[in-house]
Design a protein around this ligand. Sequence first.
Ligand code: HEM
Length: 512
Amino acid sequence: MWVELVILIFTLISLGFLYFHLAQRRHAAFWSSKNIPFVQKGTTWSELLTWKKTMFDQNYYAELKKIGAKFGGVYEQGSHALFVNDPDLLRAVFVKDFDHFEDRRDVKTTDPMMSKMLVALHGQEWKAMRSFLSPTFTSGKLRRMFAQFNSSGKRLETHVGNIPVNPETGCHVVTIPELARRFTVDVIGATVFGIETGALSEPDPIFYRLATRAVKPSKFLIMKFLVFIFAPKIATLLKIKAFDAEVINYFKGILSTALKQREASKEKRDDFLQLMVEARHEGKGEKSENGDKTAMSMSDDSIMAQCFLFFFAGFDTVANLVSLSCYVLAVNPELQEKVRENVEAAVESTGGEVTYDSASKMDYLDMFIAETQRMYQSQPRLERKCTKAWKVPGSDFVVPSGMIVMTDPEAFHFDPAYYPNPEQFDVERFSPENKAKRNPYVYLPFGLGPRNCIGMRFGLIEAKVAIAHLVKTFEILPTPKTPIPIKMDRVFSVSKAPADLEICLKFRSKQE
Ligand code: HEM
């Protein structure tokens, strides 16, 4: 019995090695036959499954740049893909010839609600949904929602004040990723679901607990996502769900009750749910195909799916940005003072209140956030799937339909050709003059083109409100446990502030 088992394992491992060897040869032969430079080795399944590497550890950018190539072939988990490391080519793929690249990689889901999310839609369906949703993110709509952002900002201050103070240092010591997540859950709860979540007023409310559970990194979660991305058929066969049932059912329940209440009472509120219900009643969300208008069904399920997506796409990303911003401020007191001066000058005309208009005047804070996002790019990849064969400009190579075209935002952000001394934190890189001198396609925190991050402005305003409230009221300081320099957590290759990142928030008035 044991002998048979050992033989079986040995045979399987040998077959695995043989498969990878042949796959690498096939990869090399494919790109060589097209006369296209290529990166020989991608991350293998065995490296992924033994946690030796993450999917995005391969520095394709540097390898291709070294040989002077603007693009090249890569091979990942069984497929040929094209990597782009030239900003003009990026513009061609992501913006100019977007009609060839409307989709992202297929990520199959067995959950009917999740398959209706904007992020999972393709082609015409995506276009129709994106144009239905885009008006909910205009500056007018964000202005309408702003009061909710500011209320959360005030609750954030109170919450910190309620954290026991160290009598010797005057510090309210906080784990900043947790604090920032409480803030973003509070904002998104109010602006997406239209409810008070208690994230900043109760120790462990269920809304906050389940939201954090859904994004809590674990090897199991990573495995699930790998299967979704690279083996969608297996995910369908095994009925693997992205989120656990308790999380989905809880949020679905809240949304479905809220939706029924809105429809029944015609109550008007300033949140996404309301905006989508209004848009549905106004008959928006119609798609125009070949000139014919086809009514786009905006079912309850569809509305709930988008709310659910905004929640999960929005709360951890913004919390991470707020955490890293606070970290940078804590370890750079002079920079912190400049940000504070900018915030205080902006709120002077509004009696110290952070309003939509005063926030728009915080230009130095904008520059600071932009540099924070350059230094700490969270998303490891931008990808599009070619949907119509496309000839690479200046080359004979035709990208076949179905091929993934990708790039690495962080590699652009750290290329000294675009950002001299890239390791140095320098807010002035984002002054209007310096920005104007740089190719805009080398700054990619929110992606690029018509399928970029729909929540960009929402996320930036939200982060600004949190930082403005904190610097206005507190001095932000490192504690003996604050790491200098910081080592980012790589969760499924998404870069995040370490979960235990600690800083001190000290009331300014008490210090003076
Ligand atoms: C600092 C905060 C955020 C960052 C860094 C971020 C980053 C990104 C990136 C890199 C993409 C992919 C873009 C591309 O492929 O070109 C994306 C897509 C997306 N983001 Fe964000 N995001 C943030 C906040 C938000 C917020 C607050 C929301 C919603 C309220 C949101 C909703 C979405 C959605 C729905 C998509 C998919 C868009 C589509 O497929 O059409 N994000 N985000």
